[in-house]
Design a protein. Structure first.
Length: 146
């Protein structure tokens, strides 16, 4: 399952990419974010592996992020692994003018191996798209307040 979209953000590309790349701001736009811990590699560089922790209801969720391409401020790509699913994220930050940046994103779920999430993906794909869209809107709002 793959979905993509974009947000036009009323800030310069350099600031948008800087705020996107800094893990200390993840909690500003990703609900439930707790922390990110580098496991191997050099932080923010190609091949870096980090654990990301979130609260989901009364449970804690752990993801493993592997950065596959970091060409910020232009592009960023990563792979995310969870015990029940894997997905990839591709982002582009395109300067439309000196003060406007188009944030293009593409998410693809490449593995879903638990029955309930798999059924949700088949029957209600918006259950995956809506949270991602909400985070993109939250990110736009966060950046534009800076």
């Amino acid at each position: 399952m793959k979905f993509k979209g974009y947000k036009d953000i009323n800030k310069p590309q350099s600031l948008v990419a800087e705020l996107f790349a800094n893990p200390k701001y993840l909690g500003e736009y990703q609900e439930g974010f707790i922390r990110k811990e580098l496991i191997s590699g050099t932080e923010s560089q190609d091949g870096a592996v980090s654990k990301m922790y979130y609260t989901h209801g009364s449970h804690e969720m752990e993801l493993t992020e592997t950065i596959t391409v970091n060409n910020l401020p232009d592009t960023f790509e990563a792979h995310y692994h969870h015990i029940h699913m894997d997905n990839t994220m591709k982002c582009s930050f395109i300067a439309l003018d000196a003060n406007t940046t188009r944030y293009e994103y593409e998410f693809e779920y490449t593995r879903i191996n638990w029955i309930m999430p798999k059924l949700m993906a088949i029957l209600f794909p918006s259950a995956y798209k809506k949270p991602a869209e909400k985070w993109m809107n939250n990110f736009k709002e966060f950046v534009e307040k800076q």
